[in-house]
Design a protein around this ligand. Structure first.
Ligand SMILES: [Zn+2]
Length: 200
């Protein structure tokens, strides 16, 4: 992804076989507004139920979108973060209330993150995608531990984003570019600053 100034990136989160129809509808609407290129944040094993390689019609549709110029971004492995026993209040609020148990990469260790990233890439490769064209990783709800960020860089991703910025991982030391995410969430049915809404 090349960032020019000023720039607007339209990202659609949680692209999976079960959201394909609504995502297509959103893309059609965006096209009518002159936006014909989006980042599609795809979850390869959504909620441990929808595996990319078992959904050939979805894969075909996604490959078509890629040919049309849309970017495919890895968006976690399953998107889920199971609650652990005896979590601190802040962690519990962040992971169970704020993201409703969906902050998969929030507090992963380096090894845990790297294993999930590898599985994600393998799943895309098995489904027939060219991994060289998948240069971005965005964590569910933009929640990424520092260790997980290092794993993302070591897995060869060029960039990731957090709520308030884009991180260029190609450099020796990650470079941060400030940028405000604006979110429309179907769960909150309103346009809001991401910090005010439940996150994707
Ligand atoms: Zn998401």
């Amino acid at each position: 992804m090349q960032i020019q100034s000023p720039a607007l990136v339209v990202s659609i989160h949680d692209v999976t076989p079960s959201t394909q129809a609504i995502v297509q509808e959103m893309m059609d609407d965006l096209k009518k507004s002159g936006i014909s290129c989006c980042s599609l944040l795809v979850i390869p094993h959504y909620h441990e139920r929808e595996l990319l390689t078992t959904a050939p019609a979805f894969v075909e549709w996604l490959q078509e979108k890629q040919k049309e110029g849309h970017e495919i971004v890895l968006h976690g492995w399953s998107h889920l973060r199971p609650a652990a026993a005896h979590e601190r209040l802040w962690t519990r609020w962040m992971t169970q209330h704020y993201t409703r148990g969906e902050g998969e990469f929030y507090d992963l260790s380096y090894d845990e993150a790297r294993a999930k990233l590898k599985r994600g890439k393998e799943e895309f490769e098995k489904a027939g995608f060219d991994l060289n064209a998948m240069t971005g990783f965005i964590a569910p709800a933009w929640l990424l531990s520092k260790e997980a960020e290092r794993a993302v860089a070591d897995e060869g991703f060029f960039y990731t984003t957090r709520l308030h910025g884009v991180i260029d991982l190609k450099k020796d030391a990650p470079a941060f570019f400030k940028s405000q995410s604006m979110v429309y969430s179907v769960s909150s049915l309103r346009v809001a600053s991401a910090s005010q809404s439940h996150l994707e």
